[in-house]
Write a protein that binds this ligand. Structure first.
Ligand SMILES: NC(=O)c1ccc[n+]([C@@H]2O[C@H](COP(=O)([O-])OP(=O)(O)OC[C@H]3O[C@@H](n4cnc5c(N)ncnc54)[C@H](OP(=O)(O)O)[C@@H]3O)[C@@H](O)[C@H]2O)c1
Length: 336
């Protein structure tokens, strides 16, 4: 008999999520039936959307997120022991699946880990997983960047932002990033090849932007929202494109007292901007296309997929709140 452990969210978060908003629950799993597999999580993701979706998910709920797991027992010949799978089972160690049952429930479905050509399986929740697909489609499909254009990325040192900036470089753009520490700025400029990066906590954003992009901004990939986004939109060129991926600057705010930012409509109208929000699930069926390209770029050294690894199932909460506080450069992931 296998005992599984999972994190149950008991409360709607107020401000920064608290340790006792979660409870670790044990569950005995039944013996496998024909067609089923037992998987053990190896890598579990902590992401900003776990915070953002909390208010709209009825409690209690099992903490979802992506995880890479390995098949440890199998009654399904298509999934022999040792096969790696990616699922949205989140913060739990053991899970039983029946992959032959087709379902629209994202939390009950899985796919085989893409061929990573020897790269770490952890990338299946990062650069070659949901965040990689987000960067790839959210940037290329919405910003439609052209070589020579100027691209600005906020949340630039994070899982999605660091990949967006590097894709923009691959496409021949000039790239400016904003991130929350001097170390992150150094990393973006020295290792990832950003043309310019700024610590948004210490610089005058408008002044820095005018200096770094004297001819204006053509594409903006927005991970954070708020005042910095209003300022960046004010510096865009005619027919500029902004891809709105997230608004992490407000995820821990009280929804009844959201921060106010400078009105953006004059920028949108006078510069005739196109601003489009998206959810990565829009391109669900096309994720393998992004994964193949991302693996090629990583293998050929064009793209660096850094990870911020925390060890231990018991450390998921710390890894989650650490990521929200900006402790990560690259993808925050937990090895279990
Ligand atoms: N639309 C979609 O389908 C989709 C899919 C995936 C992710 N997303 C969104 O993409 C964004 C990035 O996600 P990710 O997974 O790549 O996370 P991430 O950037 O790896 O981690 C979160 C980062 O947010 C930054 N941050 C925290 N508080 C902030 C604040 N007040 N202002 C500015 N930055 C702040 C921190 O970096 P600093 O040190 O720089 O502050 C932290 O490292 C999030 O908004 C997320 O919700 C959207």
């Amino acid at each position: 008999m296998v005992k599984a452990r999972k994190y149950v969210v008991k409360k709607h978060f107020q401000g920064v999520p608290k340790r006792d908003d979660f409870e670790i629950v044990e569950q005995e799993l039944p013996p496998l039936k024909d067609g089923e597999i037992l998987v053990k999580a190896e890598w579990i993701s902590v992401d900003p959307y776990l915070r953002a979706y909390n208010a709209r998910t009825p409690i209690p709920y099992d903490q979802f997120s992506y995880q890479v797991a390995v098949v440890t027992e199998s009654k399904n010949p298509d999934y022999p022991v040792g096969t790696r799978v990616v699922s949205h089972k989140g913060w739990r160690d053991y899970t039983i699946f029946n992959p032959t049952v087709k379902t629209d429930d994202k939390n009950a479905s899985l796919y085989k880990l893409p061929d990573l050509h020897g790269l770490s399986p952890s990338l299946g929740v990062g650069a070659v997983g949901m965040p990689g697909a987000t960067a790839y489609f959210g940037f290329l499909e919405i910003c439609k960047p052209k070589a020579g254009e100027t691209v600005v990325v906020t949340g630039a040192a994070g899982a999605v932002g660091s990949i967006v900036g590097q894709i923009a470089k691959i496409k021949g753009c000039r790239v400016i990033g904003f991130a929350g520490s001097d170390d992150k700025v150094q990393w973006l400029e020295k290792e990832l090849g950003f043309d310019k990066a700024f610590n948004y906590k210490t610089v005058d954003i408008l002044k820095s932007l005018k200096e770094a992009a004297p001819k204006g901004v053509d594409c903006y990939f927005d991970n954070v929202g708020g005042e910095i986004s209003s300022l960046i939109l004010s510096q865009m060129n005619d027919y500029g494109r902004a891809s709105v991926c997230g608004s992490i600057s407000a995820y821990n705010e009280d929804p009844s007292k959201m921060p106010k930012a400078t009105i953006i409509q004059p920028s949108l109208v006078f510069k005739q901007l196109k601003v489009e929000g998206f959810l990565v699930w829009r391109w669900d069926g096309r994720w393998p296309e992004a994964f193949a390209e991302l693996v090629n770029w990583i293998k050929s050294g064009k793209l660096k997929a850094r990870e911020h690894v925390t060890e231990g199932f018991d450390k998921l909460y710390d890894a989650f709140t650490g990521m929200l506080a900006g402790e990560n450069s690259g993808k925050a992931v937990v090895k279990v």
